[in-house]
Design a protein around this ligand. Structure first.
Ligand code: GLU
Length: 343
């Protein structure tokens, strides 16, 4: 099977300052993606729906219902534009709208993969965006950088190309060509500003790059408004390259640790922490507290009894209420060893 490349194009890449789609940039971008399509399986994550619809909401203030309405107007425009441009290269595109909770449920996530595989089989390029029209604040991707990262990690992409309107991560007006350690100094470089229309800034890109690289995906943060730069980014010839770290996690464990939605924390005593490091199951007897309401099948984080220092993540065999009511804490398996990822 051909390698998978995930290409994310921010709002500031595909639109002009007034929110209208940028013809020249889109022409260049689509031409390059069409060339890559010959060699790779592709996912294009494109923002720009909200910006492309805003012009029709008079006095747009950015409140959530207006954002949703703007996305409802703008997304068909965005997709139609891509469809027309890709058609000139003989390529069909598919509108692929995603919601965060699909990623949190293993079965639904696998069904998303089956759908994408069907598109690839038929040589169709998926154009992915968050389903902004129905995504509410509590349960949405933080931005499309996150959505692209979850797809790249969850489907073991070879590279994640995060296209933006700046040349990469900057230090003293120079692009940092390579980042391997995501320490505080690196995060301090990320200007917190976002572009006028998009959600994610450099901080979000670095957080995503850190995650994707640690799960074995090569990441490049680059300026996708510069002609020819997608191909250059793939060759690590432009932007900031964050090389993939070696990861021997199975795709199931990548999903558990990197893709699922984590809402609860379970704290464990030192005996349980030691047993977990020896790849044992998590038993009720070692649990000191559960923070949040844990549902059966949900992924949770494991922390020591006091303080920070994430030990790992695991899939719950039982919900928190049943766990608390369970009489035999030694016999209670909160998470099975096979469904635990230790850091
Ligand atoms: N989904 C939004 C859009 O297409 C943008 C999200 C983002 O900027 O990351 O307009």
């Amino acid at each position: 099977m051909n390698d998978l490349i995930v290409i994310k194009l921010g709002t500031s890449v595909v639109t002009e300052d007034d929110g209208r789609l940028d013809e020249a940039v889109l022409d260049d971008v689509v031409g390059q993606i069409a060339a890559l399509h010959k060699k790779y399986r592709l996912i294009v994550v494109s923002s720009g729906a909200v910006a492309a619809g805003q012009v029709d909401i008079k006095g747009y203030s950015g409140k959530l219902p207006e954002q949703k309405a703007a996305a409802a107007i703008g997304n068909p425009r965005l997709i139609q534009d891509y469809a027309n441009r890709f058609a000139k290269h003989g390529i069909t595109v598919a509108q692929t709208l995603c919601e965060r909770d699909v990623f949190a449920d293993r079965q639904r996530f696998l069904r998303l993969r089956e759908m994408l595989e069907t598109l690839w089989e038929h040589r169709v390029v998926p154009i992915v965006n968050e389903n902004d029209v129905v995504s509410d604040l509590e349960l949405r991707f933080s931005d499309n950088d996150e959505l692209a990262t979850l797809l790249a990690v969850g489907f073991s992409a070879k590279a994640l190309l995060l296209g933006t309107s700046v040349d990469g991560v900057m230090e003293n007006d120079e692009v940092i060509s390579k980042i391997t350690d995501f320490d505080e100094k690196v995060f301090a470089l990320a200007e917190k500003s976002t572009s006028q229309f998009g959600l994610g800034g450099m901080l979000s890109k670095l957080t995503c790059a850190d995650k994707a690289a640690s799960f074995g995906v090569d990441v490049v943060i680059f300026n996708a408004r510069t002609a020819g730069n997608i191909a250059q980014a793939l060759r690590r010839k432009t932007g900031t390259w964050c090389p993939a770290k070696s990861s021997n996690l199975s795709s199931y464990h990548k999903w558990v640790a990197g893709v699922s939605l984590i809402l609860s924390r379970v704290r464990v005593d030192s005996g349980a922490a030691k047993a977990l490091r020896q790849r044992k199951s998590l038993l009720g007897v070692g649990v000191t507290s559960i923070e949040g309401v844990l549902k059966q099948g949900e992924i949770f984080e494991i922390y020591p009894e006091h303080g920070e220092g994430l030990i790992g993540v695991a899939k719950a065999r039982i919900d928190s209420k049943s766990a608390q009511d369970h009489k035999d804490k030694h016999g209670l398996v909160l998470a099975h060893a096979d469904e635990i990822v230790i850091y």
